[in-house]
Design a protein around this ligand. Structure first.
Ligand code: NDP
Ligand code: 2IT
Length: 444
């Protein structure tokens, strides 16, 4: 059995009940096959793959808080510090009832390669809790965030581990967590990113993941001789990533026809009204059923369905495994040209394969949504310098980073004879820098 197959088998055996983690590891290691095979003896001797797939540290803790009725509630908190070969652990905090250790490990593992692709000095980590901010009062959210940070504070710091937002963690939650960190440590420092602008946040961080997704999509299309201007797109999700992906798509002359949330989806033939979406989701924290009040000609449907709508570009921006094989078949039969992942691992393994085999340009999340964490790293730089850069400066740097990522993954794919396979390209390009640093630092 090859070293890659052995490593995959061992991950499945030693991490039972963690299908998302298995899926992420399998995709990466399968892509790395040509690189590993070229160095198999050395990597095996150094247990390189075993060290890559085992987190340096994983922390699990109790998060007690009191709800508005005076009842104690208990959630579970996680932080997986996966790999610090190229910099301090960096990655978001997910607050969603589906969170478990396997999901946090898949996200932390992806983050290693994503962060490497940004070209910035950040290692991979991820955290979260099964707490659901939905339907909670601000006071309940604050109580949870303070309790969560009271434990997490022991493990993080600006040169150790720098968390940020993800599903369910936005500006409000980051604010409460930052406040509690500062109170316990007595230090005002850049320990979290995605902070408010009045206390060390970076301009353009809110927009960065969605904008970055469109910058890389535009570059990929351009390099394949296609202009994004005038194209139609379908987007899933209506959170931080989706909103700013839609906003930038419109600025680039594309028209986005759909958005979705965890209960339904909207189709707006005239193009999604981003200001309405911001008011519904960012201000009112309401459901997409509200959208029709702003746009009477739009349609609202319960359940899933955005991939049924014919469009040139598909941008999954909600959650993992939200685009399956049947969806991929529908997209292909509707003539989709490109799929770019705003979310982490939103496309299943079978769907990804089907899209690629049918000539669809496909850019995986670890490259396509790297603009968020890249801008987080720019926030860290600004905090260290005790300065703040202009919106134009950050946006320009973000754009350069996304264009560079595209060319790096494109080149890596070509170097190994997988021209146009950006999945293989992203995994190899992300891996090369990490393995080089791991190698130099010895068996640690
Ligand atoms: P948000 O919480 O802001 O938004 C998530 C959106 O997806 C919401 O519309 C939500 O619906 C929907 N959603 C979440 N979970 C599910 C589910 N299980 N089924 C159906 N719909 C769901 O999160 P983000 O926009 O920040 O994150 C979206 C994705 O992008 C995630 O995969 C995240 O890991 C990834 N990502 C985020 C980055 C960031 O900077 N924020 C950076 C890189 C990747 P509802 O409104 O009903 O809650
Ligand atoms: O998945 C991701 O890259 C994020 N949620 C952003 C992480 C970060 O540190 O900004």
């Amino acid at each position: 059995m090859s070293y890659v197959d052995e490593a995959i088998e061992r991950v499945i055996r030693e991490n039972p009940g963690e299908p998302e983690f298995h899926q992420a590891v399998k995709e990466v290691l399968e892509s790395l096959r040509p690189v590993i095979e070229a160095n198999e003896e050395k990597y095996k001797r150094d247990a390189l793959l075993e060290r890559l797939v085992n987190p340096e540290r994983q922390i699990k803790f109790r998060v007690p808080w009191v709800d508005d009725k005076g009842n104690a509630q208990i959630n579970t908190g996680y932080r997986v510090q996966f790999n610090s070969a190229i910099g301090p652990y960096k990655g978001g905090i997910r607050l969603h009832p589906s969170v478990n250790i396997g999901i946090i490990k898949f996200l932390g593992f992806e983050q290693i390669f994503k962060n490497s692709l940004t070209g910035l000095p950040i290692g991979g980590g991820k955290g979260g809790s099964d707490f659901d901010p939905k339907g909670k009062s601000d006071r309940e959210v604050m109580a949870f965030c303070q309790s969560f940070m009271t434990e997490l504070v022991k493990y993080i710091g600006p040169n150790a581990d720098v968390p940020a937002g993800d599903i369910g963690t936005g500006a409000r939650e980051i604010g409460y967590m930052f406040g509690q960190y500062k109170r316990i440590r007595g230090l005002f420092e850049g320990v979290l990113t995605g902070k408010g602008l009045s206390y060390g946040g970076s301009l353009a961080r809110t927009e960065a993941t969605g904008y970055g997704l469109l910058y890389i999509t535009e570059e990929m299309l351009k390099s394949n001789g296609i202009d994004i201007n005038g194209k139609t797109a379908v987007v899933s999700g209506s959170g931080n990533v989706a909103i700013y992906a839609i906003e930038k798509a419109h600025q680039l002359g594309a028209k986005v026809l759909t958005a979705s949330d965890s209960t339904g989806w909207v189709y707006d033939p005239d193009g999604i009204d981003v200001e309405a979406l911001k008011e519904i989701k960012e201000v009112n924290r309401a459901r997409l059923t509200e959208y029709k009040k702003y746009r009477p000609k739009s349609e609202y449907h319960e359940g899933k369905g955005v991939w049924q709508i014919k469009a040139d570009i598909a941008l999954p921006c909600a959650t993992q495994n939200e685009l399956g094989l049947e969806d991929a078949k529908t997209l292909v039969s509707n003539g989709v040209i490109a799929v770019a992942e705003g979310a982490n691992m939103p496309t299943t393994e079978e769907a990804t394969k089907y899209l690629q085999e049918n000539g669809v340009l496909f850019v995986p999340g670890k490259a396509a949504n790297a603009g968020g964490v890249a801008t987080s790293a720019l926030e860290m730089s600004q905090n260290s310098e005790r300065t703040s850069w202009s919106l134009e400066e950050v946006d320009q740097k973000l754009k350069e980073i996304m264009v560079n990522i595209f060319h790096n993954i494109d080149d890596a794919a070509k170097r190994y004879g997988f021209d146009g396979n950006y999945v293989v390209g992203a995994n190899i390009a992300g891996f090369e820098k990490v393995v080089n640093a791991m190698d130099a630092q010895g068996i640690v």
